[in-house]
Design a protein around this ligand. Structure first.
Ligand SMILES: Nc1ncnc2c1ncn2[C@@H]1O[C@H](COP(=O)(O)OP(=O)(O)OP(=O)(O)O)[C@@H](O)[C@H]1O
Length: 320
């Protein structure tokens, strides 16, 4: 399996007035080429911060404390602005959380597409750009004739989100990052969009990296799943292995809390306790205060990542 992105020992802090929040804590993560990798975890677990770092964007006052983000072997964190501008859109593009609001309300969709194309496309040619835009709108099952002359407020939330997905494909990137792409939408629209994403992935072979708190979504589209908890990547593996042989007690609880994903998991059980206070993280394993299997060592030492099966790793003292 060839990796498109290799994240090594990535740590990102937010120094705030009340203290420093470690949003991403010594994370190692590979994103294999041509696959859909999903990252799940509760709100605040660090998914968005990690994903934004991959395109070289950490929101103010975030600080990268350690690590590397290697894209095809090149460290994104060492790229200058010119290199970053080329890398974003062309190599990796991102559809942000609540992306529908990133559309400019006073420009038609056509004007917005053309503006982006003009800025980023080499040898920009308006008719070629429009042809490509129409093709992409077709991919996300929107009628170009109707949508191009609309203003954002004339489109539904699901349509706007599909426009944003089409936008992200404009420069034929190798990878798209989708941060909670359907959170604000109703379940039927969510399903529709995930089917579209699946088809785009299958037909274009594009690498996808998806962040969501909705594990049911992951089951539908992802081939690999990582689980984040309080800034740590606590488990990662192939989707079947993660669903049928989850190793981390937190992953098991996440699966049990999801609406019956697997036949044997008909009963929903809420996850006990609350996520840790980011200003006051527990010593040892960050999950130990909520863990029914916690041992004395869990209160003392942060566990190492260990292999539990081929391509399946977990950060838990139960497996050390
Ligand atoms: N711009 C910022 N300023 C201050 N703190 C931030 C900022 N961005 C993120 N954080 C903090 O970093 C931690 C991780 O947040 P992040 O948004 O990455 O998590 P998430 O798992 O993506 O959650 P959500 O799905 O709610 O966005 C949180 O404690 C959050 O409060």
């Amino acid at each position: 399996m060839e990796n498109l992105v290799e994240i090594r020992d990535l740590t990102i802090d937010f120094p705030l007035r009340a203290g420093t929040i470690r949003a991403v804590n010594h994370v190692d993560l590979d994103i294999p080429k041509g696959k859909v990798t999903a990252l799940v975890g509760e709100s605040g677990s660090g998914k968005s911060t990690l994903a934004s770092a991959i395109i070289g964007l950490v929101s103010v006052p975030g600080k990268i404390v350690s690590g590397q983000i290697l894209y095809k072997g090149r460290d994104v964190l060492k790229m200058d602005n010119r290199e970053l501008n080329k890398y974003r859109w062309k190599e990796v593009s991102m559809v942000f959380q609540a992306a529908q609001n990133s559309l400019n309300p006073v420009m038609t969709i056509r004007e917005q597409f053309l503006e982006t194309a003009r800025i980023h496309m080499e040898n920009y040619d308006e008719s070629a750009a429009l042809k490509r835009i129409s093709e992409l709108l077709g991919y996300v099952r929107l009628e170009a004739n109707r949508v191009l002359d609309s203003y954002p407020h004339e489109l539904s939330g699901g349509m706007k989100q599909r426009v944003m997905i089409a936008f992200s494909l404009l420069l034929d990137p190798q990878m798209i990052i989708l941060d909670e792409p359907t959170t604000a939408l109703d379940v039927i629209t969510q399903d529709y969009i995930f089917n579209i994403l699946k088809r785009i992935h299958e037909e274009m072979g594009i690498t996808m990296f998806l962040q969501t708190h909705d594990i049911a979504v992951v089951a539908k589209v992802a081939e690999r799943m990582g689980v984040m908890y309080a800034g740590y990547l606590v488990e990662i593996g192939g989707i079947r292995d993660m669903f049928y042989n989850a190793a981390h007690p937190y992953t098991k609880q996440l699966l049990q809390a999801a609406p019956s994903l697997l036949d044997e998991l008909k009963e929903r059980k809420p996850i006990m306790g609350t996520p840790p206070d980011p200003y006051n993280m527990p010593k040892g394993c960050p999950f130990h205060p909520r863990c029914i299997h916690a041992k004395p060592i869990c209160e003392e030492q942060i566990p190492q990542m260990v292999d539990v099966a081929p391509d399946h790793k977990v950060m838990c003292h139960l497996y050390l």
